[in-house]
Design a protein around this ligand. Structure first.
Ligand code: 13P
Length: 252
């Protein structure tokens, strides 16, 4: 059986200014021991440099929330994967549903961003997930299958790729998916990755659940077989909320 390291990733979205760097310092101070769990904080881009400095020489890693697919060029306002790597960050979220929705990112855009992240030496945390409408129409697994085949590049490996399943209806709503729903989708994602990439790679890619993960529900979610961790929004903004989630993952 493939042993996968676990991952607790925090997506701060467009929240937090320099005062929020104290949250990173607090997490660095709390999580000094090396465990089987990777901890990644993805702050807004202006905090990447200082966040990476605070986390250097600690088990904490820093990630960005998006990157452009080109390494440089006339793309006003965008940030490239090599620029992210230059800050000391090691991860980048790609294909978050908020970007797919608000910025019209397609699966092929997400695929190109993932390749750009890898070219810059970053680990991509690639998000997929169905809307409430898709789920009500019984299309959840079709949507997941299409997103996986359209956005995961062929040469994926367990080191470079983490897949986050975030049902859109569970993001920021408090409406966490049931463990039955999570199991169904995560088992399906695992099966698809193994079919496409083979046993070794398919079983090495970590699968995170995201959508209203809180200290109160984390332990239950982490019992699911193919859940290797969580991508946490709101509850990653305060060390006092994120730490019990990390602890539940380490203990799982
Ligand atoms: P919440 O944990 O706030 O629901 O956000 C989830 C998310 O979108 C993480 O990327």
């Amino acid at each position: 059986m493939t042993m996968r390291r676990k991952m607790a990733a925090g997506n701060w979205k467009m929240n937090g200014n320099s005062a929020a760097l104290s949250v990173i310092s607090e997490l660095v101070a709390t999580h000094t021991a090396k465990t089987d769990t990777d901890i990644v904080i993805c702050p807004p881009a202006p905090l990447l440099f200082r966040g990476s400095e605070s986390a250097s020489a600690s088990p904490l890693a820093i990630g960005a929330q998006n990157c452009h697919s080109a390494a440089s060029g006339a793309y006003t306002g965008d940030i490239s994967a090599p620029m992210i790597a230059d800050t000391g960050a090691t991860h980048v979220i790609v294909g978050h549903s908020e970007r797919r929705d608000a910025c019209g990112e397609t699966d092929s855009d997400v695929r190109a961003k993932t390749i750009a992240a890898w070219d810059a030496g970053l680990t991509a945390i690639l998000c997929i997930g169905e809307s409430a409408k898709d789920r009500d129409a019984g299309k959840t697994l079709d949507i997941i299958a299409a997103q996986l085949s359209g956005s995961v590049p062929d040469h994926a490996t367990g080191d470079k790729l983490v897949v986050a399943y975030e049902p859109i209806w569970a993001i920021g709503t408090g409406a966490v998916a049931t463990t039955q729903q999570i199991n169904e989708v995560h088992d399906f994602i695992r099966k698809r990755l193994v079919q496409r990439l083979g046993d070794d790679v398919g079983n090495a890619i970590r699968l995170l659940y995201g959508g209203s993960v809180k200290p109160a529900n984390a332990a239950e979610i982490f019992k699911c077989d193919n859940v290797d961790g969580a991508l946490v929004g709101g509850a990653s903004l305060k060390a006092e909320d994120f730490t019990p989630i990390i602890q539940a993952l380490v203990a799982s």
